[in-house]
Ligand binder design. Structure first.
Ligand code: AMP
Length: 284
């Protein structure tokens, strides 16, 4: 039996602990999460241990990044399971503030990042990246880590956070962690819990089509040509795509075809009531 990790929901306690570690010249790494932890989250914690000395994980379901018709109330929460999982990973401190602590009454500030926040997920989730940028800024100011780790699973979010840190000169290094997938290719996600058995069986198609389209692009097809069969197959399998795009991997500028620079293929599609996102790197 592992002991539960140290937890706090108080920013002053968090800061005291961080100050102590900083006095000891410890490199502090933050892994922000919304809980309902899976192997994808845990891989980021492993990376945090490799890169830093002390690992802080935040568990906070951020109401500001859910739209009015989205799944805030349904979003999976498993505090006990999360703490048990974190106990196996030697996390130094778990920060789990309440919504009232992050957004006290009268809270009236929004952090809005331009650039990579535009298009893709922002089109179907207006306000989402403002919510992300606002909470991430608060978590950064609460924890003041040297490093923060974000998953490439949410690739647009990773670039938004990088831009936020760059634009505001926040002294935090942002590290992207690779996507962890199930054996059949489906990217792990807390929202996979919403999928019915049949939907779960269909879901790996997303990753399969990303790979297939990447091969076509590498053979010289344009994105328009390469994505056509994939979009047909998605429709036949009952997916409703939000977007399927080829973008510059560094700033998400749209690309019509592969060029001599790293690119990213990004997809979002609804399967039943669940919205799935995925992406892969593509190089000529
Ligand atoms: P969430 O709890 O969904 O907000 O995710 C917290 C962090 O875990 C984010 O930086 C995500 O990008 C990352 N993450 C989620 N799923 C995966 C995955 N399958 N592989 C790697 N990182 C992930």
């Amino acid at each position: 039996m592992q002991n539960n990790p140290n937890t706090t929901n108080r920013v002053n306690q968090l800061r005291k602990r961080i100050a102590l570690w900083r006095d000891q010249n410890q490199l502090i790494t933050l892994v922000p999460t919304m809980g309902a932890l899976h192997e994808g989250h845990l891989s980021l914690i492993e990376l945090a241990h490799k890169l830093g000395d002390k690992v802080v994980v935040s568990l906070f379901v951020n109401p500001k990044q859910f739209g009015a018709n989205e799944d805030l109330d349904l979003y999976p929460r498993d505090r006990e399971g999360d703490l048990a999982a974190l106990a196996t990973r030697n996390v130094d401190l778990v920060y789990m503030p309440t919504p009232e602590q992050i957004y006290p009454s009268g809270f009236a500030t929004t952090i809005s990042v331009g650039g990579p926040s535009q298009g893709l997920c922002a089109d179907s989730r207006p306000g989402f990246f403002d919510g992300v940028a606002t909470v991430v800024t608060k978590l950064f100011l609460h924890c003041q880590p040297d490093l923060a780790i974000f998953g490439e699973k949410d690739y647009q979010q990773l670039l938004v956070v990088r831009r936020l840190v760059r634009d505001l000169d926040l002294p935090i290094e942002i590290i992207g962690g690779p996507i962890v997938r199930d054996n059949d290719g489906l990217a792990l996600s807390s929202r996979n819990a919403y999928l019915s058995k049949t939907e779960r069986q269909a879901a790996p198609l997303l990753h399969k089509l990303l790979e297939q389209t990447a091969r076509r692009l590498k053979n010289g097809e344009t994105m328009h040509e390469a994505s056509r069969p994939a979009l047909r197959e998605l429709a036949t399998a009952g997916f409703e795509p939000d977007y399927f795009e080829l973008r510059d991997a560094s700033d998400l500028t749209p690309l019509q075809q592969l060029e001599e620079k790293p690119a990213r293929l990004l997809i979002a599609a609804r399967l039943g009531t669940t919205r799935l996102i995925d992406n892969i790197a593509v190089m000529r």
